[in-house]
Design a protein around this ligand. Structure first.
Ligand code: ADP
Length: 651
């Protein structure tokens, strides 16, 4: 504000000073013109005196003189009357101006006698032309004018013989001047000492500023005051170019100031906004749980956020400017990291999904991180480094591990549940071989009791009985082994198993249930199949679950044909060599549309004593192997569950 006021005051003063300077210029020019005009007037009066003297040339007679004088008057408008008077001032001849009625007609020539006498007395005294002070002569038309008398002594042989008296009309004297270029726009006048105007010519009042110049005009015998008044055009804000220039520059300066102020305000606002944005960004960075790290092209750290510092346990000061190897690299991996770093920097864009790495905290503990890198492009579009986002995935790893073990436990308990279901079947199944064994054993004992008399002829029977016992024991052992192998919880191991081997393993268990439910089991295995790479126990459980579901779906009175088909072949379409397809088909009820949606949901079941875990586990297992589990209607009735497993590529 103060600056603005100062500038405004300065500019006002500048304009005012320019105005004053301009006024003084006008004034001095006016004074110069006035002085020049007075000089010109005096010269003209002098020339007139010579013209008058020329009238006496060649001793004129009064009549010839009057003709000459009339000629002179025609040439000089300012002279209204010329008289030739004798020594005693008596009129000898005269001539009046042809331009107006005789001036002295109204009041008579005698009226001016005293002025004439005074002038001539002066003329006599100085032996040269002398003027008398002007006097007002009223005229016939009601107006009047100031008339000034000039007296010129006529001398012959040093003796004054008469006088020439000329009457000047002062307004006409001014009129002669008015035609001049530099007097055209002014008002010019003769005044008395007190300012009374004697004669005025020129433009009237115009404008509001008056410039006045006065100059004394000394004539022999009298003094006139010549005055010029100049009016400036009104109202004049820009008196001249200088002032206009100064004003224009002032306006320009003020506008520049205004623009500057506006710009300043805009800049301030932008700065403020920027500070806000920075504060916002800072708060955002500080609140991030993702670690951020920027590195230049040489691998030196240029920026880390608090989350990163917290993650690795180093302070920002320890990390900033640190080059390779970084303090958070595990010493045993430094070489490998340096190698990959070089490769990454030489290569193109890093993958968007990031890569996993192992970092070391300050206390030496290791933890896995997910690193997502992006090139840092500065404002000029130059690639100046790399920006990385780092996520500590140790917690995620722990949760994954936890879910894997609980999944395994769940699978184990599902196996146990299946086992519980089978316990009654098992007892029934084991009953047969055991009863047979005990039967054969009893028979054999009987035979042996009758030893030694009948020994030779019963030797073959005994051998057969023993053979049967061994067979039945083998059968019972097989059942027990298959159950044991199934229930035992093992670590997940992938091994190459032929599909036939998988079926052979589960068939004893399947047959157990099939016999109870009166289901016929049929297997179809494509010849020359390559082994599948799988976790044997898990896949067997999938097959068991599917066959059990299939058999249960046919456990209705109205279903007469109870056939369970187990089919293994190469997968159709795609890369046939790579996938083996297992299908379990039944001729049961089929799956209702409302059931279809939730089939794979854990704990979904339509059975009274069902757990609803079977299919969801099956799908998890198949997907863990990279395959897929699907089902479709088995036309004309029933359902087919189909899953794929990878073939062992080595085979
Ligand atoms: P559970 O056998 O304990 O009920 P599952 O997850 O194995 O659990 O099966 C879920 C449901 O899917 C079953 O209750 C049954 O309704 C349906 N289902 C499974 N397999 C078949 C099939 N082969 N035919 C008809 N329905 C089936």
């Amino acid at each position: 504000m103060a600056l603005l006021l100062l500038v405004a005051a300065l500019l006002t003063m500048l304009v005012w000073l320019a105005g004053v300077y301009e006024a003084s210029q006008v004034q001095s020019r006016l004074e110069r013109d006035t002085a020049q005009a007075v000089g010109d007037l005096q010269a003209a009066l002098g020339r007139n005196v010579q013209g008058l003297q020329a009238l006496q040339y060649n001793d004129p007679t009064p009549s010839s003189w009057a003709i000459e004088a009339a000629g002179l008057l025609r040439e000089h408008r300012e002279l209204v009357r010329v008289e030739w008077r004798d020594n005693a001032l008596q009129l000898r001849a005269f001539a009046d101006t042809p331009f107006r009625p005789p001036v002295f007609e109204r009041i008579g020539r005698d009226h001016a006698q005293s002025e004439v006498a005074l002038a001539c007395a002066n003329a006599r005294r100085i032996s040269g032309p002398a003027y008398a002070s002007s006097n007002f002569v009223p005229m016939m038309d009601g107006l009047g004018m100031e008339v000034m008398e000039l007296c010129l002594p006529l001398e012959t042989g040093g003796k004054i013989v008469g006088y020439l008296v000329a009457s000047y009309a002062l307004p006409e004297v001014l009129e002669g001047l008015i035609g001049r270029q530099n007097m055209r726009s002014h008002e010019i006048s003769f005044t008395e000492g007190d300012g009374t105007r004697l004669a005025v010519r020129g433009l009237g009042h115009r404008g509001n500023r008056v410039f006045t110049a006065q100059q004394l005009m000394d004539l022999p015998g009298t003094t006139l005051v010549f005055r010029v008044d100049s009016w400036r055009a009104a109202p004049d804000l820009f008196p001249n170019v200088l002032t206009a220039l100064v004003t224009a520059m002032s306006i320009a300066l003020v506008s520049v100031l205004a623009l500057l102020a506006k710009d300043m305000r805009r800049r301030l606002k932008a700065e403020h906004d920027l500070a806000d944005a920075l504060a916002f960004r800072k708060a955002m960075e500080d609140s991030l749980v993702t670690g951020m790290r920027a590195r230049d092209l040489q691998g030196r750290i240029t920026y880390v956020n608090p989350a990163f510092c917290q993650m690795v346990g180093f302070s920002a000061a320890e990390l900033l400017g640190h080059g390779m190897p970084q303090p958070y690299w595990p010493p045993e991996l430094v070489q490998e990291y340096q190698r990959t770093q070089v490769i990454r920097q030489a290569g193109t864009l890093p993958p968007r999904e990031g890569f996993e790495s192992l970092f070391m905290r300050k206390d030496g503990s290791r933890f896995p991180v997910l690193v997502i890198e992006a090139p840092l492009i500065d404002a000029q579009g130059v690639h100046s480094g790399w920006m990385s986002a780092l996520i500590d995935i140790s917690e995620q790893r722990r949760v994954e591990e936890l879910s894997r073990t609980s999944q395994e436990r769940l699978q184990a308990s599902a196996r146990l549940a299946t086992l519980g279901e089978m316990a009654s079947l098992l007892s029934h199944e084991l009953n047969q071989p055991l009863a047979a064994i005990s039967g054969y054993a009893a028979g054999s004992i009987n035979l042996l009791r009758r030893w030694p008399d009948g020994a030779p002829q019963h030797g073959a029977d005994l051998a057969t009985a023993m053979q049967r016992i061994a067979e039945q024991a083998e059968r019972a052992g097989k059942v027990i082994r298959s159950v044991h192998g199934f229930v035992r919880r093992r670590d997940q191991v992938r091994e190459a198993v032929t599909p036939q081997a998988l079926l052979d393993d589960i068939l004893p268990l399947v047959n157990l249930q099939a016999r109870q439910l009166s289901v016929r089991v049929q297997t179809e295995v494509e010849p020359d199949l390559s082994p599948v790479l799988c976790d044997r126990t898990m896949v067997e459980q999938v097959l068991l679950n599917l066959t059990r579901n299939a058999m249960q779906a046919m456990d209705f009175a109205h279903i007469v044909e109870r056939l369970l088909l187990l089919r293994v072949r190469r997968a159709k379409g795609g890369d046939r060599k790579k996938w083996i397809e297992f299908a379990v088909a039944d001729l049961g009820e089929g799956i209702a549309p409302e059931v279809r949606q939730q089939l794979f949901n854990p704990f979904f079941t339509t059975k009274v004593e069902g757990m609803g875990l079977g299919l969801s586990l099956c799908r998890t297992v198949v997907e863990q192997h990279g395959g897929a589990l699907a089902f479709e209607p088995n036309l004309p009735r029933g359902t087919i569950f189909i899953f794929t497993l990878p073939a062992d590529s080595v085979a």
